[in-house]
Design a protein around this ligand. Structure first.
Ligand SMILES: Cc1ncc(C[n+]2csc(CCOP(=O)(O)OP(=O)(O)O)c2C)c(N)n1
Length: 376
């Protein structure tokens, strides 16, 4: 099911006619069209996680405002908690529009989507949550069923197969910022990879993992393609399991914000061997450069506030190598925020295109084994 069945404009108009006046969620490339249009209309509040999005929507509903969550089923796990313990027992009639990765055929998608792709529908049925699949059901019929569920104070999920909703004409206009003289993801990642020796590296979901693989594939890099926001948690696990080995986490701003609490775990751990690098491009670049909420943030204050021992920031290419050397050579936990301009045109293959997840784990375990100095 790849044909576009509904244009982004028609989709947004239909939700408006349904009564939607506020929108939240975490972006998916397959919802980039409606996301852009809702954003341009000033209706969008980006959420840090899908669970937060569902809870924001619950708040709007409690205030009498009809609203919608836009998300991808990779984030279904994040919203199951407020779905089962807030929305269902309190009978709050939320509407969720969720794209379906790893479905209907998990073989046609990335490995990290397979388990959720094959279980999303079953989980909704287990919780007795009404849903419709766009394409199997027209948008009009789906929203009529959503309205019916709403009249009984029930939630409703509209499941969106890949390509079922079109892109917005304006969707690619984002992030056309000039890059000359500015720090970018390719510059930041290539400089980091050039500095690494035997450190273990954990790279976050999306373009940052791809860039690290492109710049320098190495056994001591764990390419974390799913589990968005958990690279730093894996990092603190590694760092506290083998304190003699330096561990570097390469994070995105959207991913770090999704599970920001881990920053406090890291700060409290006092792990001297952990270096946490966040590449802040101000957006979810991997899904179409939808704006994150970092524009209003102070990274240095955040790093200190979370309890990291050393805090570094850099946005000048001329200072990049020095900043990274200091980060890698200073007792941790180190927090290092690199502010970059997006480069959405620079996209490289995923690590799993050439090395499967099991091989990534096998060679990483060998590199991480006590006594091994083979990070590279
Ligand atoms: C739980 C979850 N929600 C949503 C996604 C879809 N997704 C994949 S990459 C990505 C953007 C990551 O943004 P950021 O960490 O800022 O890194 P960037 O893409 O900007 O390099 C999103 C939203 C996902 N993989 N998992």
């Amino acid at each position: 099911m790849t044909a576009t069945t509904v244009s982004a404009d028609a989709f947004v108009s239909a939700l408006h006619a349904y009564g939607v006046r506020k929108v939240t969620g975490v972006p998916c490339g397959h919802l980039a069209g409606p996301w852009t249009l809702f954003d341009e209309a000033g209706l969008l509040t980006p959420a840090a996680s899908e669970g937060a999005a569902l809870s924001i929507e619950a708040g709007w509903e409690l205030a009498g405002q009809t609203s919608v969550v836009l998300c991808q089923n990779s984030g279904f796990g994040n919203l199951v908690n407020p779905l089962t313990s807030l929305v269902l027992p309190y009978r709050i009639p939320v509407l969720v529009v969720m794209t379906m990765r790893g479905w209907p055929d998990p073989e046609e998608d990335e490995p990290q989507h397979a388990a959720m792709g094959t279980s999303t529908v079953g989980m909704l049925e287990t919780y007795d949550v009404p849903y419709a699949v766009l394409g199997e059901s027209t948008l009009e019929d789906s929203l009529a069923r959503a309205a019916e569920a709403r009249s009984h104070d029930r939630p409703f999920f509209l499941l969106v197969p890949r390509g079922a909703i079109g892109r917005a004409d304006t969707a690619t206009a984002v992030a056309a910022e000039p890059v000359a003289g500015r720090l970018t993801r390719p510059l930041a990642v290539s400089a980091l990879m050039a500095e690494l020796t035997d450190e273990l590296l954990v790279t976050t979901t999306g373009y940052l993992s791809r860039q690290a693989h492109h710049e320098r594939d190495r056994p001591g890099t764990f390419y974390m393609q799913g589990s968005m926001g958990h690279a730093s948690a894996i990092g603190i696990g590694l760092a506290t399991a083998g304190p003699s080995r330096r561990v570097v986490v390469l994070d995105g701003d959207g991913a770090f914000l999704m599970h920001l609490g881990t920053g406090s775990t890291i700060g409290a751990s006092g792990a001297e061997n952990l270096v946490h690098i966040v590449v802040d491009n101000g957006c979810y670049e991997s899904t179409g450069c939808q704006t994150t909420t970092t524009g209003a943030m102070d990274w240095a204050a955040l790093g200190h506030g979370l309890g990291y021992r050393s805090v570094l920031t850099c946005e000048d290419p001329a200072e990049l190598a020095g900043t990274l050397r200091t980060a890698l050579g200073t007792p941790g936990p180190v927090f290092c925020a690199l502010t970059v301009v997006p480069t959405p045109g620079e996209v490289h293959p995923r690590a799993t295109a050439s090395t499967g997840p099991l091989d990534i784990v096998k060679r990483f375990r060998q590199a991480a084994a006590p006594g091994s100095l083979d990070g590279s």
